[in-house]
Ligand binder design. Structure first.
Ligand SMILES: CCCCC/C=C\C/C=C\C/C=C\C/C=C\C/C=C\C=C\C(=O)SCCNC(=O)CCNC(=O)[C@H](O)C(C)(C)COP(=O)(O)OP(=O)(O)OC[C@H]1O[C@@H](n2cnc3c(N)ncnc32)[C@H](O)[C@@H]1OP(=O)(O)O
Ligand SMILES: Cc1cc2nc3c(=O)[nH]c(=O)nc-3n(C[C@H](O)[C@H](O)[C@H](O)COP(=O)(O)OP(=O)(O)OC[C@H]3O[C@@H](n4cnc5c(N)ncnc54)[C@H](O)[C@@H]3O)c2cc1C
Length: 627
């Protein structure tokens, strides 16, 4: 569905800027808009959709969720509740729940994180105890730290949720499993008996997502509410384990893949705003006899912004590539073939952190590049930052995910040294890790990033082995080496991001017009050169770059900025965000930033009257010494 249709929805857009609404009004306004939006959207993702159609649907959801400037309380319904039913439900359960969820007859969320545990899923404390006499599960939050805490939409919006709880049968724990739980009455929306619900309070961002808490007091649900695709509990209480306990983590892998495309979109939005503003903003007078130049003509401004365009392209290409891997692994899992799951998990554990780290930093740089006006909420850069930086934490905190990827890299390297073949995205680890002479071509630099990854992985494995030889336990050795384990994962992630961006662009280059091909390949060149300069220490250490080579790289980088400058505005226009989606006084297509800043300023409630009532109540007596 195109944005035009979304934006034509009457009443969807705000007349009162969200900034001037109370915490409660923001939520209520967001519900109003979400309902309007969903009436039009009626997304109908189904299993028969092609990868491309599924991806477009997720992109549409991501783009349209942008119209909320923050995000929608329905966000988890689409991004986790439905995918969990799809991925963890039996055919019957999917049949029943997908119809209700797709038609928005019910609104759901995904409740996994607790007050006391987010990262460590195996430490979750919410209990689901099976009662064979009544064929029910008894859900219970034994202590405060076991309260579910964070789930989006949980506080006042959702009436159902997926609860990830520890399954007990006859006193024995069988690990964490997903349960479909009704939490509110479908007519009155009152919390059901034995269920405590509420909102967790104001946050840095996501303030319309209605993140909530949930506590259970011996709340009973029927046996058929455990999603039993991967593991089952029979009527008599017999537990049937799944083929792999990590299959219950499947929704998180899906969202990590979605986040890479979400970062492409968020970064594209921010750089569209900052770059358009940089094209209309004139400041300073380097040449006395000439007018003030566009700030976009300062090379330092180009350095801040052009990498964001290239990075959005890189994340998009990697997201499409990763999505296809996810989709094919999902089909394999459906037929019981699990051997590609570890690689998918490791890839997601690299690309989700790197895309969120880079996007967050570059969105902040876009704000900083706009001076004081970038600091205005009406510019919509701070809110975009607030949304992006949350992704550093949610869906697997970045450090933890990079350490997960390191597990796979260490295992692959140790296997390689013992003669086991490497496969897929780790096959390059078997390559030659000695660089005789620096090769400054795009492919040469990408190869150098692979060498850096090989060298960092092999050296951290050596550190681990030395620690264990010295008598440290594997766990203590792992913790001691963990800073360099995350560095090795980052190096692998960089090598993947760069090589996939280049190879995916090469695939597409053939069908592009020569002028377009030239510009897009300049962005690839900029991206590779930028990161070679950012990681020049690694290049010096592992890739035989000399100071002369660095000098050449710097000159090439400056020339690339100049080459891209004439097309810079066209490149962000090509992201094709409508003004209503950008929602920014600085980024509007017509460039009337000053008029829009003033228009937005006049919407401040304080500008409704020339003298605020506090003058007579406080200021005047204070200034007269009479307070
Ligand atoms: C109106 C318009 C609105 C429309 C909106 C529509 C869409 C939204 C649009 C945009 C937004 C896009 C995305 C955002 C969506 C949602 C975000 C908002 C909410 C956020 C939700 C959440 O955060 S949900 C909670 C997320 N929590 C986590 O991710 C927890 C992280 N922790 C873990 O994953 C695990 O604890 C662990 C992996 C760190 C450790 O697990 P554990 O069981 O302890 O394993 P071990 O460490 O003992 O062993 C690891 C071995 O297990 C393998 N493994 C681990 N995980 C997986 C996996 N997922 N898959 C496969 N294998 C796995 C691992 O490989 C190890 O194997 P080896 O032993 O062989 O090494
Ligand atoms: C905006 C937002 C929306 C969210 N929405 C949802 C939702 O809808 N549903 C849901 O279930 N959850 C949701 N979450 C929760 C999110 O999944 C957790 O915050 C996340 O998993 C991190 O867990 P935590 O907050 O307990 O931090 P912790 O796991 O306590 O981590 C805190 C710090 O400890 C470090 N640390 C932890 N473990 C290790 C380790 N093994 N090795 C090294 N360092 C470690 C981390 O790196 C981090 O620096 C949301 C969070 C945010 C911010």
């Amino acid at each position: 569905m195109d944005e035009q249709k979304v934006l034509s929805i009457k009443g969807l857009l705000d007349d009162t800027p969200e900034e001037y609404l109370s915490h409660k009004e923001k939520y209520e306004n967001s519900i109003r808009k979400s309902v309007l939006f969903y009436k039009t959207l009626h997304s109908t993702e189904d299993e028969n959709m092609s990868v491309d159609e599924k991806t477009k649907l997720n992109f549409r959801n991501i783009v349209t969720s942008a119209i909320f400037k923050d995000n929608s309380p329905f966000m988890l319904h689409n991004s986790m509740f439905i995918p969990t039913i799809m991925g963890q439900g039996t055919d019957e359960q999917r049949e029943y729940w997908m119809k209700r969820a797709k038609n928005m007859e019910i609104i759901g969320t995904y409740a996994q994180t607790e007050l006391g545990h987010g990262t460590f899923i195996r430490g979750l404390e919410t209990q689901a105890t099976y009662d064979p006499d009544t064929e029910e599960f008894v859900l219970h939050s034994p202590v405060l730290s076991s309260y579910k805490w964070w789930p989006g939409g949980l506080a006042h919006t959702a009436n159902y949720c997926i609860v990830m709880a520890r399954l007990y049968i006859k006193g024995k724990s069988h690990g964490i499993h997903p349960f479909m739980v009704q939490i509110r009455d479908e007519e009155t929306h009152m919390p059901l008996p034995g269920i405590k619900l509420g909102e967790i309070g104001a946050k840095l961002g996501f303030n319309t997502v209605n993140n909530g808490f949930l506590g259970f007091e011996n709340h009973r649900i029927s046996r058929d509410r455990m999603l039993m695709k991967n593991a089952q509990v029979l009527k008599d209480g017999t537990f049937v384990a799944g083929s792999n306990s990590k299959l219950t983590y499947g929704t998180m892998v899906y969202v990590r893949v979605l986040i890479v495309s979400n970062m492409a979109n968020m970064l594209a939005k921010a750089v569209t705003i900052a770059l358009r503003y940089s094209a209309i903003r004139r400041q300073s007078q380097p040449k006395p006899d000439e007018p003030e130049p566009q700030i976009l003509d300062y090379v330092t401004q180009q350095h801040k912004l052009f990498i964001a365009i290239a990075s959005s392209h890189a994340f998009y290409m990697n997201a499409m590539w990763l999505w296809e891997i996810y989709y094919s692994v999902s089909l394999q899992l459906a037929s019981g073939k699990l051997d590609n799951l570890p690689e998918l998990h490791a890839l997601a554990c690299c690309l989700k952190p790197l895309s969120t780290i880079d996007a967050t930093a570059m969105i902040e740089k876009c704000r900083l590049a706009c001076g004081g006006h970038g600091y205005m909420l009406s510019a919509n850069l701070a809110q975009t930052y607030g949304l992006a930086t949350a992704a550093y934490t949610y869906e697997g905190e970045n450090t933890v995910l990079l350490l997960q990827a390191a597990r796979s890299l260490v295992k692959a390297w140790v296997g390689h040294v013992k003669g086991r073949p490497l496969k897929g995205t780790m096959a390059y680890l078997a390559g030659d890790s000695t660089v005789k002479a620096w090769d400054g071509s795009i492919d040469g630099i990408i190869q150098s990033f692979k060498v850096v990854a090989i060298r960092k992985i092999s050296s951290v494995v050596k550190i681990l082995q030395d620690y264990e030889k010295s008598g440290l336990s594997p766990e203590d050795a792992w913790n001691k080496a963990s800073v360099f384990l995350t560095a090795a994962s980052e190096a692998h992630g960089r090598a993947v991001l760069l090589s996939v961006y280049k190879s995916e662009m090469d695939k597409r280059a053939a069908v592009l017009s020569p002028p377009l091909r030239k510009v897009l390949l300049q962005l690839v060149d900029l991206y590779v050169t930028y990161w070679a300069l950012e990681k020049v220490g690694d290049m010096l250490l592992y890739a035989s770059i000399t100071d002369k080579d660095v000098d050449e790289l710097q000159r090439r980088y400056i020339e690339l900025l100049a080459a891209i400058r004439p097309n810079a505005v066209g490149l962000v226009d090509a992201f094709d965000f409508r003004d209503e989606i950008l929602n920014s006084t600085l980024g509007a297509y017509d460039g009337r930033a000053y008029e829009r800043l003033m228009e937005e300023a006049m919407k401040s409630p304080l500008n409704a009257e020339p003298v605020n009532q506090t003058f007579h109540k406080y200021l005047k007596p204070f200034m007269r010494g009479k307070l």
